[in-house]
Ligand binder design. Structure first.
Ligand code: AHR
Length: 516
């Protein structure tokens, strides 16, 4: 073999070796950050559904068995404070468009009951109402997001709710009612939803009709001062319904709207959702396909919004997202109680990376739901309480809240099942106010570890540390018997070599790194 041919083969071998061992690459541009990751991307959602409110957040003022303050569980408050919940949406969901807020104020024995028609026809005694919710948000340090009844309410009813909660004393009968109910000063309620899923449970409206209804309701929701005005969120599209977004962007005057909603659930099929713990790899893969669709949907809705609002004044609020499976065997089918495994950690990690990377337009998101319902961060059983793998991901990622998003360019290996493939690795990065850089990485591959080479531009770092959430089985979960089976531990799989950071991420794991 002559020298030229030999060099050619040596080069090819080296090139092949590189492809085998360094296919996952990330370019991290530390000096190119432009947009802030709004902390409200890490928001939550609490609906009067199953045991989200009753038994989850609230156990009643007279409960002697479960430690509480004004009926709100102290163990839950403690866990949620660690999560730094920035915003909490309430009271629904579908429930919101059946809810008449005045039924949930004043002395509890006098509050009327209703049937919760969407969620099992159970009796709703209205013992957890506006005052209880808003006081709880103050304790949590979370901004309340009230979802108004547009489906079966009236503009007057919603306008009165704004006045009851936010207007100063003496300005109208509503603030007087608030004072009578023991709350002299207004609460700080900035975020208001005008209906929920108006295309479905919120009234089965056509978008052209809803746009008009929105304009009418928005007109009578008044600001209580000019500096921190009401933030109005329209009931948004489901999945890829770009027409819904287009009509709202076109038909609603932009001074009447601050955000458009978007709902997307990671559900295998609405008629056959599959079990939450005993799923197959194929079911896992399909769930992840659905979860990663979030990126495509956000890109699609952003493109429509950009056409009408190039300055990005109007935010996209993904105010319901998460995994949806069959309920746990033996539980009420209408209560949507499901376990939470490493699959849910993968959904959470990958989805939050998507939100971070789209933070120029996505400025709020609300995981469905906070306790005991769907992809919950907390599960309760009488006096017991556990946190789920999803909780741990939300906690690990809270370093990104209000940090400057750093652009990343990713080349990822495929995670293949049968003839289908997904990107195995997902990533987002940010720089916080203290100057610390954080990188969150997810490897969704069910079997293979991923080696990732991160090329760092625009800054030099000396130290890397991190935490990992992983387990030996994808189907593993925390139970009331074994509550700490899955929890983050310190991570030693990252090596800094000048401007290169090499990371080995085990299968189905979430890693958050800190660089300084
Ligand atoms: O989160 C459960 C339900 O899903 C909500 O009530 C509704 O908005 C959505 O369809």
């Amino acid at each position: 073999m002559n020298k030229t041919v030999k060099l050619f083969f040596t080069g090819t071998a080296l090139f092949t070796a590189n492809l085998l061992y360094a296919q996952n690459t990330i370019l991290l541009q530390v000096d190119k950050g432009k947009d802030t990751i709004n902390k409200n991307i890490y928001g939550h959602f609490a609906e009067h559904l199953g045991h989200c409110i009753y038994g989850g957040l609230y156990v009643g003022d007279n409960n002697k068995k479960i430690p509480n303050k004004d009926g709100v569980r102290l163990d839950v408050i403690d866990a949620l404070k660690k999560l730094k919940v920035p915003v909490l949406r309430w009271p629904g969901g579908c429930f919101a468009d059946t809810y008449h807020w005045q039924d949930g104020i004043g002395p509890k024995p006098k509050r009327p009951s209703m049937l919760n028609v969407w969620w099992g026809n159970v009796k709703e005694d209205n013992s957890f109402g506006t005052n209880e919710f808003l006081n709880m948000c103050e304790v949590l340090g979370a901004a309340p997001y009230l979802s108004g009844n547009v489906g079966s309410g009236t503009p007057q009813e919603l306008s009165d709710w704004v006045k009851y909660t936010t207007h100063p004393n003496g300005s109208s009968p509503m603030p007087e009612l608030r004072v009578k109910n023991g709350r002299p000063n207004p609460w700080n309620v900035k975020y208001w939803g005008l209906g929920n899923e108006a295309w479905g449970c919120g009234g089965n409206m056509k978008v052209e009709y809803y746009a008009n209804v929105y304009r009418q309701y928005a007109t009578f929701m008044t600001n209580w001062n000019n500096s921190d005005k009401i933030f109005r969120i329209a009931s948004g599209a489901s999945d890829d319904d770009y027409h819904w977004t287009e009509v709202l962007m076109k038909e609603i005057p932009h001074n009447m709207i601050d955000a458009l909603g978007l709902h997307h659930y990671s559900v295998i099929s609405w008629s056959k959702k599959g079990p939450s713990t005993t799923f197959t790899e194929q079911e896992y893969f399909t769930t992840m396909q659905r979860a990663l669709k979030m990126d495509e949907y956000i890109i699609g809705h952003k493109a429509v919004m950009d056409k009408y609002d190039a300055a990005k004044k109007i935010a996209l609020a993904v105010d319901e997202w998460g995994g949806w499976y069959d309920v746990e065997p033996g539980t009420n089918g209408a209560f949507l109680f499901q376990q939470n495994t490493m699959r849910d950690a993968m959904i959470a990690g990958a989805t939050l990376n998507i939100f971070n990377n789209h933070c120029d337009r996505v400025r709020m998101a609300n995981l469905a739901q906070i306790i005991n319902v769907l992809q919950a961060v907390i599960l309760t059983k009488e006096e017991k309480m556990i946190v789920t793998p999803t909780y741990h991901v939300m906690e690990m990622y809270n370093v990104h809240q209000d940090a400057l998003m750093l652009p990343v360019t990713l080349t990822s290996n495929d995670y293949t099942v049968g003839n289908e493939k997904l990107k195995a690795v997902s990533v987002s990065a940010s720089k916080d106010k203290k100057g610390l850089t954080h990188i969150s990485l997810v490897n969704i591959d069910a079997a293979k570890a991923q080696e990732v080479v991160i090329n760092i531009e625009g800054a030099g770092f000396k130290l890397v540390s991190g935490r990992i959430l992983t387990s030996d089985k994808l189907q593993n979960y925390n139970s009331f018997e074994n509550p700490d089976k899955i929890k983050p531990v310190s991570f030693s799989g990252a090596v800094l070599d000048g401007s290169k950071l090499k990371v080995t991420i085990p299968p189905f794991s979430v890693v958050v790194l800190e660089l300084k």
